[in-house]
Design a protein around this ligand. Sequence first.
Ligand code: PLP
Length: 394
Amino acid sequence: MFSKRLDRIQPSATLAMTAKAAELKSQGIDVLNLSVGEPDFNTPSNIIKAAKIAMDNGCTKYTPGSGILPLKKAVCNKLARDNNLLYDPENIIISCGGKHALYNACQVLFESGDEVIIFSPYWVSFPDFVSVTGATPIFVNSRPENQYEPDFNDLKSKISSKTKGIIINSPSNPTGGVWSDKAIIQTLEIAQKNDLWIFSDECYEQLVYQGKFKSIATFTNNRDKILTFQSCSKTYAMTGWRIGYTTGNQAVIKAMSKLQGQSTSCPNSIAQYAAIEALNGDQSQVSKMANIFNKRRKLIIDGLNKINGVICDTPNGAFYVFPDISYYLNKKYKGQIISSSSDFSLLLLSETHIVTVAGDAFGSANNIRFSYATSEQIISEMLVRLSDFLALVK
Ligand code: PLP
């Protein structure tokens, strides 16, 4: 009944765990949800106010398909202010979240016969964005001990005449890894030598805990094939507003606008006006939220590393940790064998009501992902329950 296109993609594992957590919560179960990929804060009040004003002023109609000009100008200001990147509004498209932007870009650039490099562990959606176009995702290993920077020998060996693009995501979901300048430069050199389209998903750009984030496009003057994806979602706790944007080559932006015009028509008008305030207005909440995340990061890493058999590296960004739990694989909990990270995550949910996402979903069999975009109280309680649970795994 359904097209073959649909067979090429999987349901989002992270959204599935979030739905599971909501279901258990609605049954009155004391769930500790560490699966969510969104800030637990409300959107800052100046942004909410801007949305209310937009509605009162009648900004409630369709907008141009690629977004309103004042928002594109606000993006240009933001790129100059935060990223040291100078672009014009013609280089910008506003989409319904970074996810939509990445999906559209894959649609306009990749097709059957192409190969696209994705670093593993990867954000769950990258392989699907590529597969749905008919192209093939090619997975390249990364090095956990080094902020999940690329294994460059593996990268070089995976590039062929079919390789058309490469997707970079630093800071990363699920690992939280932030690549060094050296790793970025080396990756760019390889990608540009092979004339690849370079996608840089920078949606966690404001959540870097050591040093300052540098947008990948700033590392070269040859930006013609670099597309930068950023979003209001994580930076301004605006996940539900659905505003993301892409910056880069005018022809690609135009092609994405054409596709968008025939799918969503335009991004939400009210959210676009709110996003102008987000990008141009008071930025103090951004660093306040980042400081709170940083405190939680320390709490969860210290706690996880105190548990026998759990190894948690220190990621420098985003709001995820990705501990190695392989010590517990192929062991038994009350007679039940834990044969994969999915088994681990599901048992954890049923026995302790801790919600995580299995590393399997991100192409990593030995890990599970915890999001620390939740309170210190929940993190502390999770550590106690996890430790008690693992004490019974033999
Ligand atoms: N890219 C990465 C790596 C993400 O983790 C997410 C969301 O979880 C997105 C993009 C998409 O975010 P949004 O569509 O809300 O901008």
